[in-house]
Design a protein around this ligand. Structure first.
Ligand SMILES: *[C@@H]1O[C@H](CO)[C@@H](O)[C@H](O)[C@H]1NC(C)=O
Ligand SMILES: *[C@@H]1O[C@H](CO)[C@@H](O)[C@H](O)[C@H]1NC(C)=O
Ligand SMILES: *[C@@H]1O[C@H](CO)[C@@H](O)[C@H](O)[C@H]1NC(C)=O
Length: 487
């Protein structure tokens, strides 16, 4: 803890001076790989870094403002390590015209030591349909833009950027100009579905307003994409923990949007049937997709405003013990009631029950339950613009502690009442924005619940049943009286 505070203080000082001070690192090599897709673009950048001073341990990453705005997941690891490196987000720095992120290396480096850092980011809403409207039978093409150079507060010996398209059919890509200072070869090459920019050599410190203005340039890739661009504009998850019944119930209300090009003209069911018949479905039309549900789910339901959607299929897998590796998941195929054209929306509800023992553990030492609540169900290549995850605890749960894996935008506590509750259940809601596949994880909730509270629900039910019994026996007596009259 103390080490942490001291480090933080040091960090801030280091940062205030960093732009002017002589830097403590140099990048031996940078390789950025961009995986293009519809809603989510994954970017992996490898930095081979050399320390210029003994004791260097805070390495800064820089993203241009447009890049930072699109980036919703940011993680750094040492090469071949599992645990991410601790990061500090410094926000916008006017002097460098970039957003700065500092990675605190686990060990200080000696002069001339080198280390390989892997930066992984996920960008959302980074591609857009171009043209913005197409006919039902047309192919969809998307555009993606980024900066030519990876920006860094340190000089770089050599860097390159590989952009991998989802299809080798690339309509166009930017040819950089005025880069003779960095390469004498062709600045861009295409091979199959990959466009490579660079290698570029001897790039000075680039996280500087002057570099952004004079040297950095935009590059655009225009590519074919054969899968629908899926966006969940809103997701509301309710996770209800019930010890009585030993159940975790998850219900997701989902507002799905096809973010591909708008449909030009009217939708033709005939054209759609012909495509299906000829087995040449247009990539931009959203027909069906599969989601992975946990093992051991039961009573899976998928409904929309009309009712049960019976065209869906579930392949369920049985429960396996907690912590088992390589377990098989259950798969649910979600087929909207109508094919979703670009710009169209579809809202629906998916829910399931699962044995609580698959998610909960009891900590004997402090008498608490700890439950791992999954944050989201992964939809293929889909961004969740706004998410609300409401965790409904058992009635009478106290000493509540919550551990989200990353910071929510906000958290709200409330009480939730359902049928047969006497006091209401404590609930906590978490709000997030721009969630991606890399945000799948668990919110851990810990709480205590007394033995009496465990019994509250059965007792409420017992009281109700007893009441019914009294009523029905009274009715029976009455009934007998009526009958005896008839005799
Ligand atoms: C660091 O870089 C130098 C020169 O580039 C190389 O000779 C050396 O093997 C590298 N060390 C490590 C640990 O990678
Ligand atoms: C809803 O549809 C599923 C098929 O997806 C079916 O198995 C289930 O019985 C249906 N439920 C109701 C209540 O109709
Ligand atoms: C789809 O939903 C978005 C907001 O979620 C809305 O702006 C848009 O108008 C809707 N599209 C249609 C075709 O209803």
């Amino acid at each position: 803890m103390h080490r942490h505070l001291a480090l933080l203080a040091y960090l801030l000082c280091a940062f205030i001076t960093y732009v002017t001070a002589e830097h403590s690192f140099e990048n031996t090599a940078i390789v950025r790989t961009v995986e293009l897709a519809g809603s989510l673009v994954h970017v992996r950048t490898t930095f081979v870094v050399k320390a210029l001073e003994t004791g260097s341990m805070i390495y800064a990453f820089a993203l241009g403002p447009d890049e930072a705005e699109k980036t919703s997941f940011f993680e750094v690891r040492l090469k071949n390590e599992q645990t991410p490196i601790e990061l500090q987000h410094f926000g916008f720095n006017a002097q460098s015209n970039t957003y700065l992120y500092a990675a605190i290396l686990p060990n200080a480096l000696k002069k001339n030591d080198n280390v390989t850092l892997e930066l992984e980011t996920v960008q959302t809403h980074a591609t857009y349909p171009w043209p913005a409207a197409i006919g039902q039978n047309d192919e969809m093409t998307l555009k993606y833009e980024t900066g030519l150079f990876v920006l860094s507060p340190y000089p770089t010996s050599v860097q390159r950027t590989k952009i991998r398209s989802s299809s080798p059919r690339i309509k166009s890509y930017t040819e950089p100009s005025n880069v003779e200072a960095f390469t004498l070869d062709a600045p861009v090459t295409k091979s199959g579905a990959t466009i490579t920019y660079g290698p570029f050599s001897n790039i000075p410190t680039s996280a500087l307003a002057s570099f952004t203005e004079d040297t950095q340039q935009r590059i655009t890739i225009h590519f074919n994409h054969d899968l629908p661009v899926m966006e969940i504009t809103k997701m509301k998850r309710a996770a209800e923990i019930s010890h009585w019944g030993s159940n975790l119930n998850i219900q997701d209300d989902i507002w799905l949007h096809n973010a591909g090009p708008q449909l030009k003209g009217h939708f033709s069911r005939l054209e759609h049937q012909q495509q299906t018949y000829n087995n040449r479905p247009a990539g931009h039309v959203l027909r069906a997709f599969s989601v992975m549900l946990p093992t051991g789910v039961r009573d899976v339901y998928y409904t929309d405003i009309v009712g049960n959607v019976s065209t869906s299929h579930l392949r369920a897998s049985p429960s396996v013990p907690k912590g088992t590796k390589g377990k098989q998941s259950s798969y649910l195929e979600i087929r909207p009631r109508y094919p979703l054209m670009g710009g169209w929306n579809y809202s629906f509800t998916v829910g399931w029950d699962s044995p609580l023992s698959d998610w909960a553990a009891y900590d004997k030492r402090d008498g608490r339950y700890v439950v791992a609540v999954p944050i989201l169900t992964q939809f293929p290549d889909t961004v969740i613009d706004e998410a609300e995850i409401k965790i409904i605890l058992p009635e009478g749960a106290t000493d509540l502690e919550i551990y989200p894996p990353y910071s929510p935008i906000s958290v709200k506590k409330s009480m939730h009442s359902t049928y047969l509750d006497t006091k209401g259940r404590p609930a906590v809601s978490f709000f997030f924005k721009d969630l991606t596949d890399r945000h799948a994880g668990f919110i851990y909730v810990a709480y205590k619940i007394t033995f009496f509270e465990h019994l509250r629900k059965p007792m409420t039910i017992a009281a109700v049943i007893f009441g019914l019994f009294v009523l029905s026996s009274a009715a029976r007596r009455m009934d007998m009286r009526i009958r005896s009259k008839n005799y």
